[in-house]
Design a protein around this ligand. Structure first.
Ligand code: HEC
Length: 105
């Protein structure tokens, strides 16, 4: 095999690996449910003075209950962005909130 062929082959493998990792989706850091619980009521996550607890009352157990719901990463980001007018790219916060919601029973 020529060096050029090896180079081309290597780039294909690299692209394939990037796609596989991308599809696997989550690159979130490990989440902590206790931190997530605190964040759930934290108005500094967004910019409009609301917290998750404003709508998902009683820390996710009351109105718009999240008990037993699948805490999709993209849903949490959507709520941070649209409902709290916050930055949806807060990786550690998203992961902690996910861990907290998944701990609700
Ligand atoms: C302004 C109100 C509002 C705020 C604030 C809000 N949400 Fe939501 N959220 C909704 C609505 C409306 C839905 C979709 C309908 C429903 O579940 O009642 C929803 C859906 C969700 C779902 C999916 C539930 C399901 O049915 O599968 C999750 C998870 C969630 N929110 C998490 C959060 C988190 C975490 C925060 C804080 C970062 C947050 N939400 C802040 C209104 C809000």
């Amino acid at each position: 095999m020529k060096t050029k062929d090896i180079a081309i082959l290597t780039s294909f493998v690299a692209i394939l690996l990037i796609q596989i990792v991308g599809c696997a989706g989550s690159t979130l850091p490990p989440g902590d449910a206790a931190r997530g619980k605190a964040l759930f009521a934290d108005t500094s996550l967004g910019t409009n003075g609301k917290s998750c607890n404003t709508c998902h009352t009683d820390l996710g157990r009351g109105e718009k209950s999240l008990v037993g719901k699948k805490a999709f990463e993209h849903t949490i980001r959507d709520c941070i962005q649209a409902a709290l007018q916050g930055d949806p790219g807060q990786e550690q916060a998203v992961s902690d909130l996910k861990a907290y919601i998944e701990s609700l029973k």
